[in-house]
Design a protein around this ligand. Structure first.
Ligand SMILES: Nc1ncnc2c1ncn2[C@@H]1O[C@H](COP(=O)(O)OP(=O)(O)OP(=O)(O)O)[C@@H](O)[C@H]1O
Ligand SMILES: [Mg+2]
Length: 510
């Protein structure tokens, strides 16, 4: 008989009348890697929050049995004491503390009440080695990228003694190589007898790593698949309830003239003005074209898009931006928006959304001019438009008055997209647009992107997922170390050729 480290039985969880989980069952075997799959809003994170005590005993129905004992966790500390560590979907590090301070926050390495910094640093160095992160322990978290922050979170988990590790979309912000390293790490933990629950929308990773999979749909357990039955199509069928024939919409591009152009764009680091982040970049998009920028994390893709979008990044910026051959100003964000640009951030929580506001307000906030008359907001119009986007994006929510902070991760991403689509931009930069989005919703978002291009707009997709770049873009720029290193048409590109260009030092063509 299987040896279960954890059983969750008939779990029911409601939020002011909304049933997020109904009768969910989950069994985790000792030392296995168990994946939790389901569409955005299916209840995966909620279930893990119940398990970790974030939603305390008494706020849900059902039983949790861990190591044969019933559990009544009142908070995260209670579950951590039992060796259950959760790494949340949205990163929760303190930006103005260092890497080592973050790792040992609340678990300070002190002797006689005095923090032993040497020991803290030494332990941090070892933990960083375990997760394969090469940064100085004293670096401030605000100075490292999202992907590296994720590794810090994982290092933090391993500073505690873990028996059951829960990873909620751990690789969402990582590139392929880093993701692969992380998955190897989880397999290594399996060899050490540590069980893991992993949530991910990257189904290829799940197929690669999971021993068993439990699928949730609309807050219910649909099924648990054993290793032999695991393949991507099978998981999708469980998640969506039907087969999904295409991952990308069909594309018949109808390209016009060059519409948008950036010439000799050079950007320096905002604090360290000597550091060149983008060097002499030349970039153009035709009307109706979807262009991709492929590069590893740290290549300078986000810096490029953000600096062009109203100088939201960088210092000492030089170069020119043209629309239909005329130079335009992008001196600040209002000027960029005025000139028809939009940028959808990769970091939706810090830059994309106002978490205190509801869906309606977040959707319309960048387009208030469109729904105001003589400076007065037309509330009815606001509601009507927010409602339209909710339907179009199939955002899973009780209503447009729900605070975005309580939406599931993928549904937050849909609200960010809606916000920028509503500005009806001529040139849209999408930075990792489908991070954390389920396969079905990805297809919907791709369709919206394709429709924008078909309507003659210019779209630029920045993505770490090469299949996405190859599936969606007509033309692809590759980037490495702040420079464009190649430019290829989709028909001439494949994953391998892109990888080659993404890792070369100088510009070249295929
Ligand atoms: N604090 C809350 N208040 C109200 N509703 C909530 C709250 N937290 C979650 N929900 C709702 O519960 C449902 C399940 O959300 P959950 O975050 O568990 O989804 P998920 O499966 O993790 O999705 P994703 O893949 O997008 O991360 C959603 O409809 C969400 O809006
Ligand atoms: Mg989630």
């Amino acid at each position: 008989m299987a040896d279960y480290i954890l059983e969750m039985r008939n779990i029911v969880k409601e939020f002011s009348g909304i049933r997020a989980l109904s009768d969910v069952n989950l069994k985790i075997e000792r030392g296995e890697i168990h994946a939790l799959c389901g569409e955005n809003g299916a209840g995966k994170s909620t279930l893990m929050n119940v398990l970790s005590g974030l939603y305390p005993y008494g706020s849900y129905e059902g039983d949790i049995v861990y190591n044969g004992e019933p559990c009544k966790f009142k908070n995260l500390k209670d579950s951590e004491n039992e060796g259950i560590v959760i790494i949340h979907q949205e990163l929760a590090l303190s930006p103005y503390l260092s890497v080592s301070e973050n790792i040992f926050l609340g678990n300070e390495q002190a002797k006689h009440g005095i923090i032993d910094w040497d020991l803290t640093e030494k332990k941090t160095t070892n933990l960083l080695k375990t997760v394969g992160l090469r940064v100085n322990p004293n670096t401030l978290v605000s100075q490292i990228g999202v992907g590296q922050q994720q590794l810090v979170e994982i290092a933090k988990a391993f500073s505690k003694s873990v028996r059951l590790l829960i990873l909620d979309e751990p690789t969402a912000a990582l590139n392929e190589e880093e993701s692969a390293n992380l998955l190897e790490l989880i397999k290594e933990f399996r060899r050490q007898g540590i069980a893991s629950i992993i949530i991910s929308h990257k189904l290829n990773e799940i197929v690669n790593v999971a021993d068993r999979i439990t699928i949730l749909r609309d807050g219910k357990t649909i099924e648990t698949l054993e290793k032999e039955a695991i393949n991507e199509d099978r998981i999708i069928r469980g998640m969506v309830g039907r087969d999904l024939t295409n991952r990308y919409p069909e594309r018949h591009p109808n390209l016009g003239d060059v519409y948008f152009e950036v010439k000799d764009w050079t950007v320096h680091h905002p604090i360290d003005a000597h550091r060149v982040m983008n060097e002499k970049i030349n970039f153009k998009i035709r009307k109706g074209e979807i262009v991709g920028i492929a590069g590893l994390m740290g290549a300078g893709r986000t810096e490029f898009a953000m600096s062009v979008f109203g100088r939201s990044y960088g210092s000492n910026i030089s170069g020119k931006v043209f629309k239909e051959g005329q130079e335009i100003s992008v001196k600040d964000v209002p000027a960029a928006i005025e000139n028809g640009l939009a940028y959808v951030s990769e970091d939706r929580k810090a830059l994309g959304l106002n978490l205190l506001m509801d869906i309606r307000e977040n959707t319309t906030i960048a387009s208030l001019g469109k729904i105001s008359k003589k400076g007065v907001l037309d509330k009815e119009k606001e509601v009507q438009i927010a409602e339209e986007y909710r339907k179009k994006m199939r955002t899973k929510t009780s209503s447009i008055y729900q605070k975005v902070s309580s939406l599931s991760g993928g549904n937050q991403q849909k609200v960010v997209l809606a916000k920028w689509l509503m500005t009806e931009p001529d040139v849209l930069f999408l930075d990792e647009p489908t991070r954390g989005i389920d396969v079905g919703a990805k297809y919907e978002i791709y369709t919206i992107i394709e429709e924008m291009a078909a309507a003659g707009k210019c779209v630029c997709i920045i993505s770490s997922e090469l299949p996405e770049i190859l599936g969606m873009c007509d033309r692809i720029y590759t980037m490495n170390d702040g420079k464009f290193t190649g430019e290829v048409l989709r028909k001439d590109a494949n994953q391998e050729s892109l990888m080659n260009l993404m890792t070369r030092e100088e510009e070249g063509v295929l």
